[in-house]
Design a protein around this ligand. Structure first.
Ligand code: SAH
Ligand code: TYD
Length: 367
């Protein structure tokens, strides 16, 4: 896996990515609804759309890209609001259908957008969370969104934010599925090509620091001050410059060296280390840092489809959560660090029995 930075579009991106069909299929391992804080987040997101200043019609049509198990769209379905999810991973789409969420199982494209317009009309809202950054043919996606959106329609999408990755050295946001890491500048560039514009930005705490981008056709709505403010902040942070990314690279190398040194020291003292959360992010940490079963004994995860399998490349066993409870390690490596608050609240027993946490973001340390 190799990362590049484009000084024209300001996009941090993978230079190669596995084919979409290899990653998104009928055994997709990520179910959105495994975290209660994410459940709450998407319930709030749905309410903010329903109460949005951009809501023009009484019977809106809402389209969501990558709706997964219906974590967001089910709140519209419950309210009887016309909606459609586009979700290529059939196993998770099936769960969404079970919640009364209407989905089509396909990869979004300009063709699909035109088919939706023919069958159901233009969309009032086009929503997406943690999926725009997954799609390499992003210009085709932007064209599809443009043709699908009503003249008064609004796009709201959120993804892990480049500004947070740079500030926290959270390089584990870089993995096969994440072909792009966006900033307001790169999003503005991308949609500017389609005569659309960024009208608002809303920072989110989710996934270790995300940004929600609000867009419309050019001139449909005023541009909020939040956009100009954030772009000024991004320039100060240097998100428009390759040198910033080169500094990130040096920080990543330092973080890796500190992490490996810590794990080796603990193991040499005879401590047992296990992972908490077999996240996609952990795949980057494990492979990039060369961590195997010599350092991390197992990784516990609550997702049934991940259990009994092994981490890609590093071959650490993924075990049910019950194993963590019955056979706790001395140190738990918090691979799901983005859910720290929820997990710490749940693991009071582990901590009061002397269990400690290893975190690597924003810096390598023991808690
Ligand atoms: N929106 C959910 C799921 C994010 S995971 C959340 O935030 O929790 C990304 C999802 O996007 C997966 O379910 C995947 O199957 C889907 N996806 C990937 N490529 C896609 C594409 N080209 N069009 C639509 N959905 C896609
Ligand atoms: P997440 O951090 O959302 O994802 P990514 O794969 O994008 O890096 O994944 C969280 C993983 O952690 C998911 O596999 C479920 C698991 N998990 C637990 O095992 N226990 C928990 O309490 C929580 C919140 C998550």
């Amino acid at each position: 896996m190799e990362v590049g930075y484009c000084e024209e579009s300001k996009m941090l991106q993978l230079t190669t990515q596995p084919a979409a069909e290899i990653m998104f299929h009928n055994q997709y391992a990520f179910y959105s609804s495994t975290s209660t804080s994410m459940e709450r987040h998407f319930e709030d997101f749905a309410s903010s759309v329903v109460n949005s200043e951009y809501m023009q019609t009484r019977g809106p049509f809402i389209v969501e890209l990558g709706c997964n198990d219906g974590i967001l769209l089910k709140h519209f379905a419950k309210r009887g609001i016309r909606h459609l999810g586009i979700e290529p991973s059939e196993n998770v789409a099936k769960v969404a259908n079970g919640h009364g969420v209407l989905t089509i199982s396909d990869f979004f494209s300009l063709d699909i957008a035109e088919r939706i317009v023919n069958d159901s009309g233009h969309a009032d809202f086009f929503l997406a969370a943690n999926v725009m950054c997954h799609i390499p043919n992003i210009v085709d996606v932007a064209k599809g969104i443009r043709s699908l959106l009503k003249p008064t329609g609004v796009v709201m999408f959120e993804d892990p934010y480049l500004g947070d990755v740079v500030a926290k050295t959270s390089y584990d946001q870089i993995y096969d599925e994440h072909v792009f890491l966006f900033s307001a500048m790169s999003v503005q560039y991308l949609f500017g090509l389609q005569d659309m514009e960024l009208i608002d930005v809303l920072p989110q705490k989710t996934h270790g620091g995300s940004m929600r981008y609000v867009l419309s056709h050019r001139g449909a709505y005023p541009i909020k001050e939040s956009v100009t403010d954030l772009i000024a902040k991004e320039k100060l942070q240097g998100l428009d410059r390759l040198t910033t990314i080169q500094t990130l690279r040096a920080n990543v190398e330092r973080s890796r060296d500190q992490l490996v040194a810590l794990l080796k020291t603990l193991r040499s003292e005879g401590k047992r280390i296990a992972g908490y959360g077999a996240t996609s992010k952990s795949t980057t940490i494990l492979n990039y840092c060369g961590i195997g079963t010599d350092l991390v004994e197992y990784i516990s995860d609550t997702t049934p489809i991940k259990q009994g399998k092994f981490t890609p490349g590093s071959h650490i066993p993924v075990v049910p959560y019950e194993t963590f409870r019955s056979n706790p390690p001395d140190y738990a490596f918090l691979f799901a660090w983005n859910h720290a608050e929820e997990i710490m609240a749940k693991e009071k027993d582990f901590m009061s029995a002397g269990g400690k946490w290893i975190v690597h973001v924003p810096e390598v340390k023991v808690l």
